[in-house]
Design a protein around this ligand. Structure first.
Ligand code: IYR
Length: 224
C-alpha cells in the first residue's frame, strides 16, 4: 500500500477556543516574556541541559514554509576545535568588514551595539546553531525547487529564538559576512546556503547589553 493510501490528505484541525480573558492573559504573559529576550554577546561556557536544544529545534521546525518544503537544516556545533575554526574564519571576514567593507553610515548604526571584529563568543558559547537555507532539493539527480526559502527560514529562526528564550537560554543572531566559510567548514552540500549563525548558552556573569529602546505600539502599527 502506498503512503497516500495510508495517510488521509486532510485531517481535523486540533484547535481549542479559549475564553477571551484567558486569551488576553496569555497574550500579555507571552509579550512580557519576549520583552526580556535580548541579543547576548557574552556567554558562559556552561554546558546545556540534555535534550533542551532538541526541543527548541523541533519548535523551529514547526514554522510554516513555502509549499511545506521545510527548507532548513540546523547544524549544531558543540565540538571545541570546530568552534575555534569557525571563530577564526569569522573574525578574518569581520576584520575586513570593519576595516574595509563597512560604510561610515553603517559604522554609525552599529556604534550603539559596541560590536567589533572580535568574536570570542563563537568559541565560548557551548553551542552554535548554524542555520542553512535549502534553495532546492536533489531527488534522483533532479533539482526540485523550494519556494519562499528566505521567508520560510526566517520564520523558523524566529520560532527558534523564541523557543530558546522560553527554555531559559540566551542567544545571538550573528551574521558574519560573507558566510561562505560555514558551508566549507561544516561540509554542507551545494543546495544549502548559510543563513544565520546562532550562538546559544547562558549569559556570562555580569553580562551587559546595549541600553536599547523598543518601538511602542503606535510606532509599529497602522490600524484601518
Ligand atoms: N556582522 C558584523 C556586523 C554587524 C552587523 C549588523 I546589521 C549588526 O546588527 C551587528 C553586527 C558583526 O557581527 O559584528
Amino acid at each position: 500500500m502506498s503512503q497516500s493510501q495510508l495517510e488521509p490528505p486532510f485531517v481535523p484541525l486540533a484547535f481549542e477556543r479559549l475564553a477571551p480573558e484567558q486569551m488576553l492573559a496569555r497574550a500579555r504573559a507571552w509579550r512580557e516574556e519576549l520583552a526580556h529576550r535580548r541579543s547576548v554577546r557574552h556567554f558562559a561556557p556552561d554546558p546545556l541541559p540534555e535534550g533542551l536544544l532538541e526541543e527548541c529545534l523541533l519548535a523551529a521546525g514547526s514554522a510554516p514554509s513555502g509549499a511545506h518544503r521545510q527548507p532548513w537544516t540546523f547544524v549544531v556545533v558543540r565540538d571545541a576545535e570546530l568552534k575555534r575554526r569557525i571563530r577564526l574564519a569569522a573574525e578574518e571576514e569581520e576584520r575586513k568588514l570593519y576595516t574595509e567593507r563597512i560604510s561610515d553610515e553603517w559604522r554609525e548604526a552599529l556604534a550603539p551595539l559596541g560590536t567589533d571584529a572580535n568574536k570570542p563568543f563563537l568559541e565560548i558559547a557551548p553551542a552554535l546553531i548554524v542555520v542553512f537555507r535549502r534553495a532546492h532539493e536533489l531527488e534522483d539527480g533532479q533539482k526540485r525547487t523550494n519556494y519562499y526559502t528566505q521567508e520560510s527560514v526566517g520564520l523558523a529562526c524566529g520560532f527558534l529564538l523564541a523557543a530558546l528564550h522560553h527554555a531559559g537560554l540566551a542567544s545571538l543572531t550573528h551574521t558574519p559576512s560573507p558566510m561562505a566559510f560555514l558551508s566549507e567548514l561544516l561540509e554542507r552540500p551545494d543546495n544549502e546556503r548559510p543563513f544565520l549563525l546562532i550562538p546559544v548558552g547562558y549569559p556570562a556573569a555580569g553580562c551587559e547589553v546595549p541600553n536599547l529602546r523598543r518601538k511602542v505600539l503606535n510606532e509599529i502599527t497602522v490600524w484601518r
